[in-house]
Design a protein around this ligand. Structure first.
Ligand code: GDP
Length: 695
């Protein structure tokens, strides 16, 4: 009797191998992976089961769709018509027959639905996708959202909390899966193998991260007599004591959290580098908070112990204060004392990594389609688009079709950092992948798929999702929204990233905010620090669902951009009581929309002219955004706000103008004339009603 492989049977039935494997399990046929074989008898059984399920789905489908809706008005029917058209267009784009929704790229979903009526949902599904998944008219979802006080459009993405509340209201049983799980249907039944740990080095600037990575690289070069490394890779592997360790050479907490923001948990262990002479600094705290928010264990590396003014004990105490308890103090974090420059303690550090890795018992499925994460992508003159992919699951082979965001292709070549060809790469291995149609962003998930056609379909679908994401109004994470969530009982925490102008104010505000916590609603400070609100703060806020609060400090201009893009709210206050009032009001559900200042531009004062009749005119250069006449302006020196007033005159070459944009010089007259110095910064704000920044 001829036997057929699971994957080819799955293909002929229009299912994914994973879905088929699950189905096989349900009917009592054992199949380990998509390379297992099935007899004709078994295939018959499968077919019979599928037809039976199809009948059931059809029945249910018709039942749901034809439910009488006597009081629904024409308008709603139209909406459904529109949705149906949208669906069929989408289906056409995917080159599938519009009617067979339940047989789309994630058959596993349908299958579960049929069996247990449990559907799989992912975070940030659009209303339309959710409707399709639940087999309900989108209008019904939109209506439910309205009942919950949410105004949503068809293409709006919903966060998972909202999705769960909606499903609960609609009495649908759901299971939350990550996008990755959706792609790589199947699951628990894969053969798992141990994999090397993936390590990221973090810490304050100048504490020795680069030197440490260099020391490790040198050790590797010496140990393995690796020839010249031709291309520096953003991730690389070393072999130490016959065990592999993968290092991510992407220092900067932004990169770390940006990857997380895309849903890629890449790092297994964080090495926190703290210089023994300098001690715990703001970015050390930032690194700790980022690692903690990601739930990644920390190994402390106290560096620069060769320096005469090194004070290891002081560092240990400071770390304890920052809640990083090292083993010596009864905690969990391994602490290694090292000098990256003098090559002291490097092997201790590597030993520590191996110990931690063993404790973590890191495993990856092996007999499945490969999955990875983009660490970096760039255009190479000779080779075209080159992406560094860190493989996380399965084994990637040369020639495999893949999809990555809106890009798809076939692995044209796999290269190591010496630009040598590789035939395959397994879990935790970083590789250069050639064959991309464009440059994917770091953190994008890379999926190997069954066929090139499927890769193209998925990429096209993802492109539509991406386009919709850009078009759809971003659901903002604002204090007002949080208030609504608290009211609805969806959250019991108000998460805050707190930045202020001095350590004293950070502590004072932190203490006061903690006092606000009530029995059932608590304030949680995810991260606090001195200085401007930066991109890294915004990203951390995004991934943790926090808002950024600045006290006497504003956002850096790129942070403002990031906040707008990611929909994170930044609230700045000048008085402690204002901040406390707002947050307390939000917790009690009494926050009113209010007027808000939106930063529109920044200028540097380059000259100061005294006007004979009194007052001063400032010769300024607009560095960012624009200055507008009558806008509110804050005078900033060394990140401290000295005054707040208004722009009363704005001139270009003696001409009165309404606004001046970045890159131009202008003369500015202020309503009040504070004591201004050359080099001072003016920040311009417009006043709008909160939540209506775009209007
Ligand atoms: P990064 O900003 O954290 O990447 O720090 P770098 O690796 O660039 O190091 C900053 C400075 O500290 C450089 O001048 C290094 O030479 C120096 N440095 C790094 N590690 C050590 C060390 O173990 N001992 C001493 N004395 N200097 C070090």
């Amino acid at each position: 009797m001829r036997k057929k492989k699971v994957h080819s049977v799955a293909k002929s039935l229009g299912l994914s191998s994973g879905a088929l494997i699950k189905l096989l399990q349900q009917i009592g046929i054992k199949a380990k992976g998509h390379m297992s074989t099935l007899t004709e008898e078994e295939i018959k059984k499968v077919k019979a089961r599928i037809s039976e399920e199809k009948r059931r789905v059809k029945k249910e489908f018709t039942h749901r769709w034809t439910k009488p809706k006597p009081r629904e008005k024409r308008k709603k029917i139209n909406k459904e018509e529109i949705t149906a058209t949208v669906k069929s267009t989408l289906a056409k784009l995917q080159k599938k027959e519009p009617k067979k929704h339940y047989k789309k790229e994630t058959p596993i979903r349908t299958e579960q639905k049929i069996e247990e009526k449990v559907v799989e949902v992912t975070d940030f599904m659009t209303v339309a996708e959710l409707a399709q998944t639940l087999n309900l008219p989108p209008a019904q979802i939109i209506k439910k959202c309205m009942d919950l006080g949410l105004m949503v459009s068809l293409n709006q993405r919903l966060d998972i909390d909202t999705i769960l509340v909606l499903c609960d209201e609609l009495k649908c049983k759901v299971k939350v899966v990550s996008l990755e799980e959706q792609f790589s249907a199947g699951g628990e039944e894969y053969e798992m193998i141990s994999r090397p740990p993936v390590v990221t080095v973090m810490g304050h600037v100048d504490h020795g991260k680069t030197t440490l990575l260099d020391a490790i690289t040198k050790l590797r070069v010496a140990e393995r007599e690796y020839g010249k490394i031709t291309q520096k890779m953003a991730a690389y592997q070393i072999i130490y004591n016959e065990k592999k360790i993968t290092f991510l050479d992407t220092p900067g907490h932004e990169a770390f959290t940006a990857m997380r923001a895309r849903g890629a948990q890449v790092t297994d262990i964080v090495i926190l580098v703290v210089a023994a002479d300098d001690g715990v600094m703001p970015q050390t705290i930032e690194a700790i908070d980022h690692a903690r928010a990601a739930n990644v264990p920390i190994i402390v590396c106290i560096n620069k112990i060769d320096l005469p003014n090194a004070n290891v004990n002081r560092v240990k105490n400071q770390l304890a204060k920052a809640n990083v308890l090292i083993e010596e103090f009864g905690g969990k974090s391994i602490c290694v004392e090292a000098s990256a420059l003098k090559n002291i303690g490097i092997s201790d550090l590597l030993d520590a990594i191996l110990v931690k890795a063993e404790e973590l018992d890191l495993k990856a499925p092996i007999n499945k389609l490969a999955k990875g994460v983009i660490i970096e992508a760039r255009l190479d003159r000779g080779k075209g688009n080159v992406s560094t992919v860190l493989i996380q699951e399965g084994i990637l082979h040369k020639g495999t079709p893949f999809v990555c965001g809106a890009h798809s292709g076939r692995v044209r070549e796999l290269l190591n950092e010496r630009m040598e060809k590789m035939s395959e790469a397994g879990p935790s291995t970083p590789v250069f992948v050639l064959g991309f149609s464009g440059l994917p962003p770091a953190g994008e998930i890379f999926f190997a798929v069954e066929s090139e056609q499927k890769a193209r379909e998925l990429a096209a679908q993802r492109e539509i999702i991406e386009r919709n994401r850009k078009l759809a109004p971003k659901s903002k994470l604002t204090l007002l929204d949080l208030q609504e969530k608290i009211k609805a009982g969806e959250t019991k925490e108000l998460k805050i990233i707190l930045k202020a102008d001095s350590a004293g104010s950070v502590e004072a505000l932190d203490e006061k905010l903690q006092e606000l916590s009530m029995d059932d609603i608590v304030i949680r400070i995810i991260h606090k620090g001195v200085g401007k609100i930066n991109v890294s703060d915004v990203l951390l806020a995004e991934v943790t669902g926090a808002i950024c609060v600045g006290f006497h400090v504003g956002p850096a201009s790129n942070a403002l951009e990031a906040a707008e893009k990611e929909g994170v709210e930044i609230r700045t206050y000048r008085l402690i009581y204002e901040a406390l009032e707002d947050l307390r009001a939000a917790m009690l559900g009494m926050l009113e929309p209010k007027l808000q200042e939106i930063l529109i531009g920044e200028a540097e004062v380059r000259a100061i002219f005294k006007i004979p009749k009194g007052g001063t005119a400032l010769g300024c250069y607009i560095k960012d955004g624009k200055a507008i006449r009558n806008s509110v302006v804050r005078l900033i020196r060394e990140e401290k706000e000295l005054a707040k007033t208004k722009v009363v005159s704005l001139k270009r070459f003696k001409e009165d103008v309404k606004e001046v944009v970045a890159g131009y010089e202008c003369g500015i007259g202020l309503e009040q004339t504070p004591e201004v110095q050359k080099g001072d910064i003016l920040r311009f704000y417009k006043i709008v009603e909160e939540g209506k920044e775009d209007g």
